[in-house]
Design a protein around this ligand. Structure first.
Ligand SMILES: Nc1ncnc2c1ncn2[C@@H]1O[C@H](COP(=O)(O)OP(=O)(O)O)[C@@H](O)[C@H]1O
Ligand SMILES: [Mg+2]
Length: 270
């Protein structure tokens, strides 16, 4: 019944990025009964849904939201909507031999079941999918639907997650920006402490800043514009504290920076 095997995808072993989109899709799925993942062809909609569902086995566990399974209907091979309901029935593993229509049989079979039906690649059948989805949502109170499509259906209760192209910049970029800001801030703090005559505190601040510069991955040791200030501080601090105390204060600052980056307390500027 877990029809993920039917997913039409190369089954690529590696999955790149998309952390934010995965989280958004997960939220949409838990918030409502109808979720549509939109985006241009080839952008990665099918792959993202597979990643989401395969990475969360608890979804179909007895305490999960879909104890009656996840059923995957790939609509991409359908040239028109004539076999739409048949394809859904196949995804549900439903063979009906009674005189009622297959649409009725599907409705009744889903009934009170708690399951997720994935309709992958809806864009060329949107009018028919819209009718089917309305019908199923109204008939089956615990059914959830997850669609991929180049365009949304347009229902008020539809949660839409838009998928753009995979970013070519690295996904860690926002974190790097934050580290960069902190690194520059610590260099300024060091300069201020040096101006106050607090050489040891200044050296520690430089050490902490150094940990952030390492995180940023910039080749320089610190803010370039502050290089003369740093050089002057290093000279006077070594003179005042001695090389050993200087090195120790610097290392202590670096340790503090790493601990802080790992989730420790915020930098104590006092
Ligand atoms: N995040 C990703 N990491 C790795 N491969 C991906 C990713 N997103 C898409 N792909 C690959 O790109 C191709 C197109 O993705 P697909 O999900 O089929 O696009 P769509 O469903 O939007 O048309 C597939 O081969 C898929 O495996
Ligand atoms: Mg697809």
């Amino acid at each position: 019944m877990l029809g993920l095997d039917g997913a039409n995808d190369g089954g690529a072993a590696t999955f790149v990025g998309r952390g934010g989109e995965l989280a958004a899709l997960r939220t949409a799925l838990s918030d409502g009964r109808l979720t549509t993942l939109t985006g241009p062809g080839g952008v990665g909609k099918t792959r993202l849904v597979r990643q989401l569902l395969e990475g969360a086995p608890g979804l179909t566990g007895p305490d999960g939201p879909f104890p009656d399974g996840i059923h995957w209907a790939d609509l991409s091979p359908l040239p028109d909507d004539r076999l739409l309901v048949d394809t859904v029935a196949d995804a549900l593993d439903l063979a009906d031999h009674t005189p009622r229509t297959l649409a009725e049989a599907v409705r009744e079979w889903i009934g009170e079941r708690r399951l997720l039906l994935v309709l992958d690649c809806c864009e060329h059948l949107v009018p028919a999918v819209r009718v089917l989805v309305r019908d199923l949502l109204d008939a089956a109170p615990h059914l959830a639907l997850l669609l991929t499509s180049r365009q949304r259906l347009g229902f008020a209760e539809e949660r839409v997650t838009e998928l753009g192209p995979l970013s070519t910049t690295r996904p860690v970029q926002p974190l790097r920006h934050r580290a960069l800001r902190t690194a520059i801030g610590l260099d300024l703090l060091a300069a201020a402490r040096a101006a106050d005559g607090d050489e040891e505190g200044a050296v520690r601040a430089y050490g902490t800043g150094h940990a952030y510069w390492q995180a940023v991955g910039h080749p320089q040791r610190g803010t370039p514009e502050l290089e003369p200030v740093r050089a002057e501080l290093e000279r006077t601090a070594r003179g005042a504290l001695g090389d050993q105390a200087y090195e120790e204060a610097f290392r202590e600052g670096v340790r503090h920076g790493h601990a802080q980056r790992a989730g420790g307390p915020p930098y104590d500027a006092g």
